[in-house]
Design a protein around this ligand. Structure first.
Ligand SMILES: NC(=O)c1ccc[n+]([C@@H]2O[C@H](COP(=O)([O-])OP(=O)(O)OC[C@H]3O[C@@H](n4cnc5c(N)ncnc54)[C@H](OP(=O)(O)O)[C@@H]3O)[C@@H](O)[C@H]2O)c1
Length: 336
């Protein structure tokens, strides 16, 4: 079978398609014929050696993939051949709060990921895909969607009527938009592109702000809440945006710190955090239970992921280039 490997040097230019044999599976393992993969901003970071503490290491990339079970080990009880499944981001985070050990099982980073025709995973490291979903749709869920779900429901509860502020129109933000609308929340979303903001409105966004033309977007967001502040911010910007998010959020509101699109470091306005009693929570994707809970919400609300473009397996490098160009709206998928 064929598998991609990020090889010697940092950068997705070293992405190589190789022939690989996976060997016999263990009693609790499952062989999955991968049918689709999705890319995340994290995949660019992994390729650049800018993810985690260990720098660049050769790896089969991509955390996100979906496919069908083709073989199960002798002791497997959760799956049978023909089941449609998606891998979970951290293979050992099944339920409960995060723990130090889970990151060592993250697909496409700490361990080999999904960018292959076949993968072998522990039976616990998979979920059933939502009913009626194509493999392309299911492949968009493990990282971006579960992260958005965790921000809203992991240790708090988004309520109908809450106002949620989202940054940009990438994978995490558009899933957050859809999940927030399904919960009856009001959504504000920013983008560098007026065209993308029109599309966000079509998806249900209530208010849109262009963060290029309105540099002080946090002031605009605050104004749009009659100076109360938003209830939640899904913070994917990082170093360059965190303080703005702290300004936009209400007293006692929540800022979910998720991304680093504008950088990894910067001064933090601690007086705002304590003075406004803001709950700042770090989010690292989520558990299998969160994924399963989210899939129920997806089915109940008829949520379909926003797929910007589907590339063929042979075009993986082009898919990375497209992701890096940030032209996309939603998710980028690779069909296997
Ligand atoms: N902590 C976690 O568990 C976790 C999980 C998933 C993702 N993440 C992180 O979350 C971030 C988003 O990931 P993703 O996969 O959704 O990315 P993505 O799909 O590549 O989204 C990129 C989009 O974000 C917007 N953007 C870029 N710079 C921005 C800025 N300075 N301010 C506001 N928006 C900006 C742009 O949207 P417009 O074109 O509309 O401007 C861009 O197209 C990344 O930093 C990623 O590493 C973290």
């Amino acid at each position: 079978m064929k598998s991609y490997v990020l090889k010697e040097a940092p950068g997705f230019e070293s992405l190589d398609l190789v022939e690989k044999e996976l060997g016999p599976i263990g009693p609790h393992e499952v062989r999955v014929r991968v049918r689709a993969i999705s890319l995340n901003y994290r995949d660019l970071m992994v390729a650049k050696g800018a993810y985690g503490t260990k720098g660049f290491q050769p790896v089969v990339p991509a955390s996100d993939g979906a496919g069908e079970v083709v073989e199960v080990g002798s002791a497997v009880t959760r799956w049978k051949a023909g089941d449609k499944v998606a891998g979970i981001f951290m293979q050992t985070w099944l339920a409960g709060p995060p723990a130090a050990s889970y990151a060592a099982s993250a697909l496409g980073g700490a361990i080999d990921g999904m960018m292959a025709e076949e993968v072998v995973l522990h039976e616990d490291g998979l979920v059933a895909i939502p009913a009626g979903y194509s493999f392309e749709e299911a492949a968009t869920l493990p990282c971006a969607a579960v992260t958005a779900w965790n921000a809203f429901y992991g240790s708090g509860a988004l309520k109908a009527g809450d106002t949620v502020l989202l940054q940009g129109t990438g994978g995490v933000s558009l899933f957050a938009l859809q999940l927030a609308k399904a919960a009856g929340a009001r959504v504000m979303i920013t983008s560098s592109s007026d065209e993308k903001l029109v599309r966000a409105k079509e998806l249900g966004a209530d208010e849109t702000i262009n963060y290029r033309t309105k540099e002080n977007w946090e002031v605009e967001a605050f104004r749009l809440t009659d100076s109360r502040g938003v209830d939640q911010v899904v913070e994917v910007g990082g170093g360059g945006t965190l303080n703005r998010s702290l300004k936009a959020v209400r007293y006692g509101g929540t800022v979910s710190v998720i991304g680093v699109l504008s950088g990894t470091s910067g001064e933090v306005a601690t007086p705002l955090i304590l003075g406004k009693a803001i709950r700042v929570q770090g989010i690292y994707v989520g558990s299998r239970t969160m994924f399963e809970d989210m899939n129920r919400a997806i089915e109940a609300n008829g949520i379909r992921p926003v797929i910007d473009r589907v590339f063929e397996f042979s075009e993986a490098k082009a898919a990375y280039e497209y992701m890096e160009s940030a032209q996309h709206f939603g998710k980028i998928v690779i069909r296997v």
